[in-house]
Design a protein around this ligand. Structure first.
Ligand code: SF4
Ligand code: SF4
Length: 248
């Protein structure tokens, strides 16, 4: 649906009269449909700048609205409301309230990057989707999504040990999400692995979840990464004016 129809003619803006007669003509119901005029007063002029300041959003200004990203999008093929081109339009226009209508689906981007390959302007739409999800969360418009909780559990482990143990990541994810550890699909997966993988490898995997192996001489790298992450968080907070300095 073209942008103007979608953003301006929403069901709540349509008014009909159940019983209406004009000059002796019955125009009740559908025949008396009016569209409420809509003055947009909710512009957030800083929105593009804020999202552009977050990782992935840097090139949003290049978009020329060709729609190739949405045409290529994996999620749009399943849910037509998932529309990267439309959200980029709203962000560039500063139409915050319109964007917030879709706040609970923007995070569903699966990072397949089809949009990024299709984009003729190197906007990096996948990055813009990530930056937008991040912006929504930092601004307090959405709660932390499951994908973000998983990313955090994954990253924290890499930062701390320089290695990934899938079992530990999953355990942390379930714990933080308040989910039971023993889920049917997981039990079936482990059972399948037990039957197919060599016993020595299974023992190695099991021991790794208990003893948490580290990459040798990882401490310095870990410290450098922690410092970078702290700097990044501070920069994001400054860009969105969420820090004490920005609030002044
Ligand atoms: S990366 Fe996200 S926005 Fe881009 S095509 Fe894949 S699902 Fe769609
Ligand atoms: S493909 Fe690129 S230029 Fe075209 S609408 Fe999407 S982000 Fe904008």
């Amino acid at each position: 649906m073209p942008i103007h129809e979608k953003s301006l003619i929403r069901p709540e803006n349509l008014v009909t009269h159940e019983h209406l007669e004009l000059d002796g003509v019955d125009v009740s119901g559908h025949w008396s449909t009016f569209i409420n005029s809509r003055a947009v007063t909710d512009y957030n002029e800083a929105m593009q700048e804020e999202i552009a300041a977050l990782p992935g959003g840097e090139f949003i200004h290049r978009c020329w609205q060709c729609g190739s990203c949405t045409n290529a999008c994996t999620v749009n093929a399943i849910n037509p409301d998932f529309n990267p081109r439309y959200w980029i339009y709203l962000i560039r226009m500063g139409m915050q309230d319109e964007l917030l209508r879709d706040k609970d689906i923007i995070w569903q981007c699966v990072s397949c990057n089809k949009c990024t390959y299709a984009c003729p302007r190197d906007v990096n739409p996948e990055g813009v989707m990530k930056a937008t999800s991040h912006w929504l969360e930092l601004k307090g418009f959405t709660e932390k999504k499951p994908s973000m909780v998983f990313d955090e559990a994954f990253s924290e482990q890499v930062f701390a040990t320089g290695k990934i143990e899938d079992g530990l990541v999953l355990r942390q994810f379930f714990k933080r999400m308040g989910l039971p550890l023993f889920q049917d699909w997981l039990v079936a997966l482990v059972r399948g692995l037990l039957m197919k993988l060599p016993v020595s490898l299974m023992m190695k995997l099991g021991l790794a979840t208990i003893f948490r192996p580290r990459t040798r001489n990882w401490a310095a790298a870990s410290q450098a990464i922690d410092e970078y992450v702290a700097e990044r968080h501070a920069a994001d907070a400054r860009a969105l004016k969420l820090d004490a300095q920005g609030a002044e």
